[in-house]
Design a protein around this ligand. Structure first.
Ligand code: SF4
Ligand code: SF4
Length: 494
């Protein structure tokens, strides 16, 4: 069809049919995953228990930092503008540590994905962990898959109302505990708990408990697999980390097809002759938390949880066929198995080497930065108005605001001097001490001490120079750690 001729009727009809067949919005088909037992289910329970234990209990771990710093091992102290992670303390000036940690986490995820597929999604992602927990509660109260389907379809009765009320009450309880645990990371955990239960917590604390409870209840209770399928960006680009040597959940099509129900064979006839091992029982679909059929091949919705493996292995045991019709395997190995060739395991590949190399490099940089972390820092801000003052003696004076960051847990005293200016003396605002080449500045533990310091030089030292470089040197009176800061000293320039 050219641009001027009328559209062909068949084209119009076929376009209309396509539009009708593929609506932009598809209603959710509720998934009712069946309970399953097996190796991967046990691993999932173990990971779930570990993740929940870490999340709920970590704020109660203590770490002695002396009397001047909080003793909570993991703490984000927003009013104090510091983050604590056991022996590591991060000040606002060191936010690059957090950036480094995020980079490390991302590269680790890339590496794990390229080796073992979506392990994170299937086992440790908070959405998976909490959805599994909510499903477990649902199963305990409403029963397994068939009972839940029946209950969903049934009209409201006393039994249905009681079960639904119990389920949602339990869900809300877990959601509140989740939101409640979140705020424990931002203040002393035992104090927060006491305040929350006695009504003495702040509005912000109650607000965030409510916000995280609502999010947990909605995402884990209602949205579930839709978060993974529609909301999470990770499935969209994790394909870039996978290749045919990555371990993913695979269906052995070459062995399973031609599928079909297992019919009773006549005596002496092999019931498996001319057919595949898949008995089309749908067990793998029934247990899938995202409601897909792994026999259709690799799909974006598959979170790699491996529950379909457990379900199928149980069926294979029952019908007397070898396990592993669905298994964690590489696509390359599946191609070999289909041809009867030996399989190989290639963990070392260009992409895994690159990810491991980047991981090692970033990790090493972080480690060096952490080990060589300064315990004292100096920041200097020169006054802009006035730029300088000419004293009655003819000397020139500039004023500076000095910030001394004492990152240790002890009070410290420092000697501050300047270099680069002949005959310079320093004076501290509010101090009775006479101006001198070296002044003493004190800083409390874990704090920033702020001083206003005047630097005065004889006029002849800066004659003809409107701007002279000056270096501030800060040295502790005792112990290790020193800092310096380059600034300028302004003068009339005549
Ligand atoms: S297809 Fe299997 S591995 Fe993928 S999400 Fe479903 S049960 Fe989990
Ligand atoms: S569980 Fe195994 S046998 Fe049953 S339908 Fe799935 S692949 Fe086929």
């Amino acid at each position: 069809m050219d641009g001027t001729s009328p559209p062909d009727v068949d084209d119009v009809v076929s376009t209309k049919v396509q539009k009708a067949a593929a609506p932009l919005y598809v209603s959710r088909i509720k998934v009712h995953p069946k309970d399953v037992k097996g190796l991967y289910r046990r691993i999932k329970w173990a990971v779930l228990a570990l993740c929940l234990a870490v999340y709920y209990l970590a704020p109660f771990l203590r770490w002695d930092r002396g009397p001047t710093a909080p003793d909570q091992a993991i703490l984000i102290d927003l009013p104090g503008r510091k983050a604590y992670f056991f022996m590591i303390e991060i000040w606002p000036q060191e936010v690059y540590f957090l950036t480094g940690l995020l980079i490390l986490a991302a590269i680790t995820l890339f590496l794990v994905t390229s080796l073992f597929g979506r392990l994170w999604c299937g086992y440790a992602c908070p959405q998976t962990v909490w959805t599994d927990l909510f499903m477990w509660v649902e199963r305990k109260i409403e029963g397994d898959r068939n009972a839940r389907i029946k209950l969903d379809a049934a009209p409201y009765s006393a039994e249905k109302i009681v079960k639904r009320t119990l389920k949602h009450t339990a869900w809300i309880g877990i959601a509140l505990a989740t939101g409640g645990a979140w705020i424990l990371y931002f203040d002393d955990a035992p104090t927060v708990i006491r305040d929350v239960f006695t009504g003495n917590a702040t509005f912000t604390q109650y607000f965030f408990i409510g916000l995280f409870a609502a999010t947990t209840y909605t995402l884990a209770g209602w949205a579930r697999e839709q978060v993974c399928t529609y909301m999470c960006p990770w499935p969209r680009f994790q394909g870039a980390m996978l290749d045919d040597q990555s371990y993913v959940v695979t269906y052995e099509e070459w062995r399973g097809e031609k599928r079909g129900k297992l019919a009773k064979a006549a005596p002496g006839v092999d019931p498996w002759a001319g057919r595949g091992d898949c008995v089309d029982c749908n067990s793998c679909v029934a247990v899938c938390p995202t409601g897909i059929d792994i026999r259709d091949g690799q799909q974006l919705e598959c979170i790699g949880c491996g529950l379909c493996i457990d379900a199928c292995d149980a069926v294979m045991d029952k019908v007397g066929r070898p396990r592993g019709l669905i298994r964690f395997d590489t696509l390359a190995n599946q191609a070999c198995r289909a041809k009867g060739e030996p399989v190989t395991h290639k963990f070392i590949r260009p992409r895994t080497l690159i990810y491991a190399g980047v991981l090692a490099f970033v990790g090493a940089v972080m480690l060096v930065a952490l080990l060589s972390r300064a315990t004292v820092e100096l920041n200097v801000l020169r006054d802009r108005a006035p730029l300088f003052v000419t004293l009655s003696s003819g000397d020139i004076r500039n004023a500076y605001t000095i910030h001394v960051l004492n990152k240790t847990h002890e009070p410290r005293e420092f000697a501050l001097a300047v270099s680069g200016l002949q005959g310079a003396v320093l004076g501290v605002a509010g101090s009775d001490a006479a101006a001198a080449p070296v002044v003493t500045l004190a800083a409390k533990p874990d704090s920033v001490a702020t001083y206003r310091v005047f630097v005065t030089v004889p006029a002849q030292s800066v004659r003809g120079k409107a701007s002279s470089p000056v270096r501030f040197d800060l040295k502790p009176r005792e112990g290790r750690g020193a800092a310096d800061y380059d600034s300028v000293f302004l003068a009339p320039g005549r």
